[in-house]
Design a protein around this ligand. Structure first.
Ligand code: AMP
Ligand code: MG
Length: 340
C-alpha cells in the first residue's frame, strides 16, 4: 500500500514517561517526519514527577505545533495517535495520555497505547536496520538485556535496583555537576572519565543474568566524599565497572541465543566507551554491532509514533476506556505480533 499525503498513513506519537515531553510523526513506511523533544531540567536534584508533569503540560501545545510544522502535515492528515502508556512516572504518563486522548477523540482517529521499552527497541531496529538483535537498553529509568522469542521481547537480564543512567546521574549530582541543555549528566561524566588515569577497584555486582548498581553507587560516592581520588579517576572507574557489568550480561545473552546482531539503545547508548565495549563482544561472537543514533537514543516521540504504526497496522488499538497508564508495564508482558 502506498501512503501519500492523502490523509492516510501518518501516526503521531507522544512520549512523556519521565523528564522528556516529545512528539514524533512517522508515516506507515517508517519515515520519521518530525521528532521534537522538550527536556525538563530540574532546578536542583533529581526528577520530581509532578514538576516534570507540569513542564509537559506547559510545553505540550508548542511541541505539537512544532512537530506539525516540521512534518509539513496538518492534524487532519493523521490516521492514528500513539502514546507511551508505560512504564514510567504516573503524573508524567497521565499528562501525555491526556493529550493523546484529547487529540484522538477530537480528530476521530484510533488511539494506540505503546510500551516505552518496546518503542526503544523498535526505533533502534528501524534506524540501524537490525532485524533480530540482542538488545542492551540502558537509560535513566531502565537497564534491560532483551531478545525476541516466541511472540515477545524476553528479558534475559535486568537491574535489580536502579538504572545505569540513574547511577551515573546520582553520582554526578553528588559531585556537584549540573545538567545543562544538550549536556545530560551522563555525558558530563563521560567527558571527565576520558581524563581519568587510575582505575579504582569498585563493587562489581552481577547476579546470574541480573545486575545491581546501588552498592557500586554508594561505594563511589563514599570515595568521592573522602576526597582521596580525583573526580576524573572516579568517573573513569565508575564507567569501567558499570559498563563491564552490563556488557558481561549482554555477552552471555548473545552466546545463549546465538543471535547475529547486538543493538545498543536508550539514553546511555550515546556513551562512546560503552559503545566500544559492546562492539568488542559483538565482534567476538561474529555479530553485527548496531547503535541507535543519539537523536533516537534518548526518550523521543518518533519511537512511539513508529511503534504505533507497527501496532496499528497489525490490528492493535487501545479504546479510551482501556487507555489508563501502566506505571510498571514490563517489556516481556507485551505481545509484538509484527515481529516474526
Ligand atoms: P533517557 O532515559 O533514555 O531519556 O536517557 C537519559 C539518560 O541517559 C540519563 O541518565 C543521562 O545521563 C544518560 N546519558 C545521556 N548521554 C549520555 C552519555 N553520553 N553517557 C552516559 N549517559 C548518558
Ligand atoms: Mg529522559
Amino acid at each position: 500500500m502506498k501512503y501519500e499525503k492523502s490523509g492516510e498513513g501518518y501516526c503521531l506519537g507522544i512520549e512523556s514517561t519521565a523528564d522528556d515531553f516529545s512528539v514524533g510523526i512517522a508515516d506507515f513506511e517508517g519515515k520519521i517526519l518530525a521528532n521534537v523533544i522538550s527536556a525538563y531540567i530540574p532546578p536542583e536534584g533529581g526528577i520530581h514527577p509532578r514538576e516534570a508533569a507540569r513542564h509537559h503540560a506547559e510545553v505540550a501545545s508548542k511541541v505539537l505545533e512544532e512537530a506539525f510544522k516540521k512534518a509539513g502535515i496538518k492534524p487532519k492528515n493523521l490516521s492514528v495517535i500513539a502514546f507511551a502508556q508505560g512504564p514510567g512516572l504516573g503524573p508524567c504518563l497521565r499528562t501525555g495520555a491526556t493529550v493523546a486522548r484529547a487529540l484522538a477523540s477530537y480528530l476521530g482517529v484510533p488511539l494506540v497505547g505503546v510500551n516505552h521499552c518496546v518503542a526503544h527497541i523498535e526505533i533502534g531496529k528501524l534506524k540501524t536496520g537490525a532485524k533480530d538483535p540482542v538488545t542492551l537498553y540502558v537509560s535513566g529509568g531502565n537497564t534491560i538485556v532483551a531478545a525476541f522469542d516466541s511472540g515477545r521481547y524476553r528479558v534475559f537480564g535486568e537491574t535489580l535496583d536502579i538504572a545505569l543512567g540513574n547511577c551515573l546521574d546520582v553520582f554526578a549530582r553528588e559531585a556537584g555537576l549540573r545538567q545543562k541543555a544538550g549536556a545530560p549528566l551522563g555525558a558530563i561524566v563521560e567527558k571527565l572519565a576520558l581524563k581519568g588515569e587510575k582505575f579504582i577497584q569498585l563493587p562489581y555486582t552481577v547476579k546470574g543474568m541480573d545486575i545491581s548498581f546501588s552498592g557500586l553507587l554508594t561505594a563511589t560516592i563514599s570515595l568521592l566524599k573522602k576526597g582521596e581520588y580525583s573526580l576524573e579517576d572516579l568517573c573513569y572507574s565508575l564507567q569501567e565497572t558499570a559498563f563491564s557489568m552490563v556488557t558481561e550480561v549482554t555477552e552471555r545473552a548473545l552466546a545463549h541465543t546465538e543471535k547475529k546482531e547486538v543493538l545498543l539503545t536508550g539514553g546511555v547508548a550515546a556513551n562512546k566507551r560503552l559503545q566500544e565495549m559492546v562492539k568488542s563482544i559483538a565482534e567476538e561472537h561474529d555479530a553485527v554491532f548496531c547503535v541507535v543514533p543519539s537523536e533516537f537514543a534518548v526518550d523521543n516521540g518518533a519511537m512511539v509514533a513508529w511503534t504505533g504504526v507497527l501496532a496499528f497496522t497489525h490490528g492493535l488499538v487501545t479504546p479510551v476506556d482501556k487507555s489508563f497508564v501502566r506505571l510498571k508495564w514490563r517489556l516481556d508482558e507485551v505481545e509484538v505480533p509484527w515481529v516474526k
